[in-house]
Design a protein around this ligand. Structure first.
Ligand code: UDP
Length: 228
């Protein structure tokens, strides 16, 4: 694989704390991404915002404003993780779909691809820039735009199951599943908008557990144990 888009959930950055950042967890991700980059793979990253805020966190405020807070949470996450990546020796760039002054650069396909081709880890912060969307949608949209070979979906669970493994101990994990089945059975891998976009654009996806040891590196080195 030449170019991948890695999606990290916001909560994954928080580790056991479930909120804010857990530096040890982020450093571990950084070391893995560095190995992947050093092997010549171009890495783009989308990060969720759930460790700080989600649009549905409050029922009392306007949804558009609430989603804007969520998008800003993803910007904080990307700036933080980008700096952690730099601390282990990677070059990084944070793009947003709206102006952020000196904090990030405005996203364009050309600028993002130029960075990727130079081996710069490229973060897509701020979601799509629009309310009522998610970072799942951002992941699919940007993966398609930058012509990524695959989406790497690093989750709290280690693949796609036929029911929630936290609730049903008998839940069965799929090794492979067509995205149409994910949609039909509402398996909740990604939200519906993002799943349909993946299907329409034939964007492959590999789902695995971020907490499994060395899972990002293993996924790209053929030792994949999640769902594709
Ligand atoms: N968000 C948005 N538009 C986007 C991407 C994200 O409004 O294009 C907001 C939305 O409020 C979301 C929050 O940012 O809840 C955090 O994103 P994430 O995808 O982590 O949220 P989740 O899918 O967990 O709700």
């Amino acid at each position: 694989m030449k170019r991948v888009l890695l999606k990290l959930s916001g909560e994954a950055l928080a580790g056991e704390k479930h909120t804010g950042f857990d530096e040890a967890t982020c450093l571990q991700v950084a070391e893995q991404v560095k190995q992947v980059c050093d092997s010549g793979v171009q890495v783009a990253i989308v990060i969720g915002g759930g460790n700080f805020w989600r649009g549905r966190t409050s029922n009392n405020i306007d949804r558009t404003k609430s989603d804007q807070i969520g998008m800003l949470a993803t910007v904080m996450n990307c700036i933080y993780v980008s700096e952690i990546f730099r601390s282990v020796g990677m070059k990084t760039k944070v793009f947003t779909p709206f102006t952020m002054g000196p904090m990030a650069e405005m996203f364009t396909k050309d600028a993002a691809v130029e960075c990727l081709e130079k081996g710069v880890v490229t973060f897509f912060a701020g979601g799509t820039g629009h309310p009522y969307f998610s970072t799942d949608t951002t992941t699919t949209l940007r993966a398609v735009e930058i012509e990524a070979d695959v989406i790497l979906l690093a989750k709290a669970v280690d693949g796609v199951y036929d029911s929630d493994p936290k609730v049903n101990p008998e839940a069965k994990k799929y090794d492979e599943i067509p995205i149409q089945q994910v949609i039909d059975q509402k398996l909740g891998v990604m939200d519906l908008t993002a799943s349909i976009m993946c299907m329409e654009n034939k964007m492959p996806m590999m789902v695995f557990g971020l907490n499994e040891e060395n899972s990002i590196v293993n996924t790209l080195k053929g030792k994949f144990s999640g769902t594709k």
